[in-house]
Design a protein around this ligand. Structure first.
Ligand SMILES: Cc1ncc(COP(=O)(O)O)c(C=O)c1O
Length: 372
């Protein structure tokens, strides 16, 4: 960015990241994963910005994850050299786009998660026609009952299909338990996460390894569970939200405290302006659900923690002031801590990087809206 300017010059609603906290979060997760002897492949669905992905790689990450092919297109175009697309794709348009992406970026490692023979055949057919090979990770059911083959003979059959099909390559498996990332309480979260994938690793040891089908890559884990799998056999961890730590994540606890996570700092905020104060106990701000997502609950009012936020619709946020609270000024700018970073980033075009009250960076959220 050219010239830094005071944060007070930002119009609202505005999305800001505390650069020192964000940088420290990046460093901390990398250190934790290094200590575990694993590699980090951050999930960039949290931020959707190639420049931040590059910061994570510069800090030691092996590459990145994207949820969607559209996000992968953004990351590859943005110069990211190693991308794993963690959601299976389907349909002729998608398969053609995947192959086009691989062809367009021959030096970029692009891998696709799959869980069905149809995926293998369709990707392989186009890859062979184009003269390329696509690396695949097989998603294995890990307790969420979402995508993923069961760790049984169907997994063996799918891997064997990949191995005998030209145009695709068996690179490993994905075992991700998304439903356990936000379990409150460190010990219970670690234990349930471990238990959820125990069968997967038992199957690898007892069935895949003897048949020479042991996965090279085993990818999974998130911000809540990155340390939950000692000795199990993961090779890389896909944590994403740690870069920002939204209000929901900040409340899951860490090793030392069951209700507050102090290992990573809340780095993402939304600035919002008081536009109305119709009653002594009620004010209204200009950030409704088009700015602050509410899928994981209400955001927190950082400026006045005793004030609670209620979604007032698309464009309005209603603030409830406790009895006797000092009246807010119409025009006053407040700071909010979003409840869910992924979906909040989805609402903004730009993320401003701030330090010491100054806006010093400005990133277009290029993967915003790229759920295609
Ligand atoms: C497949 C996959 N891996 C990793 C993550 C990152 O999880 P978190 O943001 O909880 O760290 C997600 C998030 O939804 C995901 O879908």
């Amino acid at each position: 960015m050219n010239t830094p300017f005071p944060i007070t010059q930002l119009d609202t609603p505005a999305l800001i990241a505390d650069l020192d906290k964000m940088t420290q979060n990046i460093k901390e997760m990398q250190q934790q994963i290094d200590l575990l002897g694993l590699t980090l492949r951050p999930h960039t669905k949290a931020h959707k910005i190639p420049a931040l992905a590059q910061m994570q790689i510069d800090a030691g990450a092996v590459g990145i994850c994207t949820s969607k092919l559209g996000e992968a297109e953004v990351m590859a175009k943005g110069g990211i050299h190693d991308v794993l697309i963690t959601t299976p794709i389907a349909g002729a348009v998608k398969y053609h786009r995947l192959i086009a992406l691989c062809k367009e970026h021959p030096k970029t490692v692009i891998r696709q998660v799959i869980d069905h023979p149809e995926h293998v055949k369709a990707i392989a057919r186009l890859a062979t026609e184009t003269g390329i090979e696509v690396g695949l990770l097989v998603e294995v059911e890990s307790g969420q009952m979402r995508c993923g083959v069961m760790p049984d003979e169907s997994l063996v059959e799918l891997i064997e299909l990949i191995n005998r099909t030209e145009g695709v390559r068996y690179d490993g498996i994905q075992a991700y338990s998304g439903h356990l990332q936000l379990v409150k309480g460190y010990q219970v979260r670690q234990q349930t996460a471990f238990d959820a994938v125990r069968d997967v690793f038992a199957f690898i040891d007892t069935t895949l390894a003897p048949r020479d089908l042991k996965p090279g890559i085993v990818s999974g884990g998130g911000t809540g569970t990155f340390a939950a799998y000692p000795g199990l056999g993961y090779t890389e961890i896909q944590s994403g939200s740690y870069i920002f730590m939204d209000a929901t994540y900040a409340a899951i606890g860490d090793e030392l405290c069951d209700v507050t996570n102090r290992q990573f700092s809340p780095a993402l905020k939304v600035l919002t302006t008081v536009i109305s104060h119709p009653a002594a106990n009620r004010a209204v701000v200009d950030a409704g659900m088009k700015s602050l997502s509410i899928d994981l609950g209400m955001p927190k009012v950082t400026t006045y923690p005793e004030v609670t936020y209620q979604c007032g619709g698309d464009e309005h946020g209603i603030l409830h002031l406790p009895e006797g609270h000092r009246q807010l000024k119409v025009g006053e700018v407040l700071t909010m801590l979003p409840s869910h970073c992924d979906t909040t980033l989805h609402n903004f075009d730009v993320l401003y990087g701030v330090r010491d009250g100054m806006v010093v960076e400005q990133w277009a959220i290029e993967g915003r809206g790229r759920s295609d």
